[in-house]
Design a protein around this ligand. Sequence first.
Ligand SMILES: [Zn+2]
Length: 153
Amino acid sequence: MLMSNDLRCADCDYTEIDAIYERNDGPPVCPDCGTERTPDWSTGRAPAISGHGPGSFAPRDMGVFGVCETKEDYTRVENMIKTRFPGHSVQVENDTASDKRNRSNDARHRLWSERKKVGLDARQVSERNIEKKRTKGIKNAKVLNNKPAPAMK
Ligand SMILES: [Zn+2]
């Protein structure tokens, strides 16, 4: 049985959007570094090809019915709609190709900025911390000065 998830590498944080793999085989290893990967929900909604077991259902926004976080929620809403609109079937709109691309770009950008942060050398980091402390001190001083004078009795 095939399934689809966003997969995040435990080592290098490479994130693949909507990776499709054989359920019995489990998620394939990271194409970048070969480390095992786990399903990742942080990048947003991922349509599951087969939504059966826990973890394989992607949360869906059902409009006026709210967001369904689990398959049980989804089935409940689906039944509710079917009862209210007999003879109608429920069709869930999945993400469009551009939604997927945007989520993929967001994930890449997050990774890039995390690496950039880590890439600062030790001197830069300590300078930045000193600067932060300095400006914080000034802000606190301003707050103290702005305190209204105690009312005279
Ligand atoms: Zn990796």
